[in-house]
Design a binder for this molecule. Sequence first.
Ligand SMILES: NC(=O)c1ccc[n+]([C@@H]2O[C@H](COP(=O)([O-])OP(=O)(O)OC[C@H]3O[C@@H](n4cnc5c(N)ncnc54)[C@H](OP(=O)(O)O)[C@@H]3O)[C@@H](O)[C@H]2O)c1
Length: 260
Amino acid sequence: MPSIDDSKCVLITGGTSGIGRALALDIAKLPSHPKVIATGRRKDRLDELSAAGLQAEYLDLSADTTALKKSVDDLIARYPDLDTVILNAGIQHQVKAKDGIDMKKITEEIHVNYISVVAFISYILPHFLKLSEAGRPTFIVTVTSGLAVVPLAAVANYSASKAALSSFTLSLRAQLAETNVNVLEIVPPLVESELHDPYGTTEALSKFWMPLDEFTRLTVNGLREGRATIADGTSKALVEKYNQGKFEAVMQGRKMTEKW
Ligand SMILES: NC(=O)c1ccc[n+]([C@@H]2O[C@H](COP(=O)([O-])OP(=O)(O)OC[C@H]3O[C@@H](n4cnc5c(N)ncnc54)[C@H](OP(=O)(O)O)[C@@H]3O)[C@@H](O)[C@H]2O)c1
């Protein structure tokens, strides 16, 4: 089964903190020593990654899709061996419906968590299909959330953005099933990171979250085993309870609509 051990060059978005940074540093240490490109916006963090021996690249996922296409084309030109993308960057806002829903925040969250990911996939896919036709396995890895399976009301739009991404991931996996482009999904549980810092909930959440090093170890194991859905901790139970047989059903739907 193809796995991250076959990857020659791995790009991780949101590599400047939390899950993305930890995955980038650990993937770079794999026995196969892939080249790792960590992207983000914070320059001091990018410099630190560069000093640790990674390729660090500025990438703003809030940018419009034309600017994003230019960035992806430029990355492909500079890293023609790029065969794996872990689309990890994400943001989270709270929604308090009774106080009024802030549409600016809703739009920003959908753009970063969903639209920019689908746009990135659409711009990288021709390159991956070409590598795949030449016999090279390639990997598109999305990072969703246990909240994609069961939403948390306090972060209603975040949960919806992750559910949309999870759904798109399953459809993409079905469409690319006969190619060498492998579509994987990481479904993190609550994990130690900076994601919740803007709301002052970090201290309360730290009593429940999975330590970052444990999450990283389990996730890298999942990637090395080539698991299509990598869900550990509380996410494992959610996926087992609510998503059993889901991909098989998506494949059945694909069969029924093959002539569309
Ligand atoms: N931690 C959890 O409990 C948890 C649970 C389930 C799912 N997740 C998901 O896991 C992923 C990583 O989250 P995390 O917990 O590691 O959060 P984090 O520590 O806040 O990291 C988020 C990363 O995304 C990048 N980012 C945010 N907005 C961006 C933008 N507009 N353009 C480019 N990069 C942007 C940030 O980099 P810059 O600020 O430098 O750009 C940062 O590197 C997210 O998709 C999150 O939804 C997290």
